[in-house]
Design a protein around this ligand. Sequence first.
Ligand SMILES: [Zn+2]
Length: 387
Amino acid sequence: MFSPNSTSDVRRALCLRGLGATIVRLAKVRLLRISFSCLLLTLGLLWPSRTIAGTQNYAEASLPVFELHSGFWINLHHTLYQEARQRKAILSRDANTTKSAAATAKSVLAGKGLTDTEQKAWDDAVAFYMLNYADKDLLFTTELIQLKDQLGDFEDCDELSGRKRKFCDAGLPANLTLVLEAAAPVYRAHLWPEHDKANRRWILQVAPLVREQGVGLSERLADIYQTRWPHGKIRVDVVAYANWAGAYTTVDPLRVTISSLDSRNQGPQALEVLFHEGSHGIAEPVQRAIIRECRQRDKPIPRDLWHALVFYTTGEVIRTVLTSSLASSADKGNGGPASGYSAYAFREGLYQRGWKNYLELLQRFWQPYLDGKATFDDAIARMVSSL
Ligand SMILES: [Zn+2]
């Protein structure tokens, strides 16, 4: 998901998505994962409960299709990343701004009553992120993807070094482990409770719709893309801050990260965000078909078209489901708008900001396919030939 301010933003986002889909994780990390999983199995009987005191993570695993998590470390990581980028932006905008002024102006912990020691630990962690990560994209940088996945996997640990429990050695670089463990008590004391609360609220709000509509939606979308929905539940990490787009998806393994605070992800639209992001895992047949048709016609490949198509398709499918669902809810006197669900791409003005031609093509040639009046191949061929 994203809300571009210009055509170049749209292009950048699409480019990022495309690259993200080709990222292959290093075999080394896979081995680490496998050995960690084996270790967990071995130690399973010794583990007193899913949650170790002090972490207080939450996982909604009873839903179909998605497994929704509110995890401590991955939230801390994204919060530090967010703050580091904000401080950098302030410093680069105004060369006269000092580092301490930038920190005071934008710290998410401003006004929280930190002690000097706590403030220093937090500022040191933000400085580390400014130096090492703030200029890297969460979606395109293999290092950040692996780090995010590792922190999700270790959400039940209250440390990352393995000092107290060997199986909590996350295998991160030693200096990063020190930074995160030093910032953790500050975050846990002053911000995590409200972030966790927002994450849980977001999860609880979307859960009934996922429970009610999730399987049907996943089957319908997989059918449209002429593929299968991924086997097993897709892990979704719900975080206070995600990336600039408010949500992003990485593959191998397929994982979704969604911001619980982002205004674009609220209300019934949360369901669309979930399924749009999940669709990143199954939309490859569309990309392949567009490329094939372009090559046959000797046309340049429009790298944005597949993503516009995914936005359009998810929006239409969700709109159909939610309109009837909200209407029946209103009929029962439960309130809420009974009609006019506005799909994400329309609501956020994506088509008006660079995709107007694509919208016309989608409405003219792709919609008949969604309505069962054209074939997949014909719809793609006609869109490409009209480019
Ligand atoms: Zn997307």
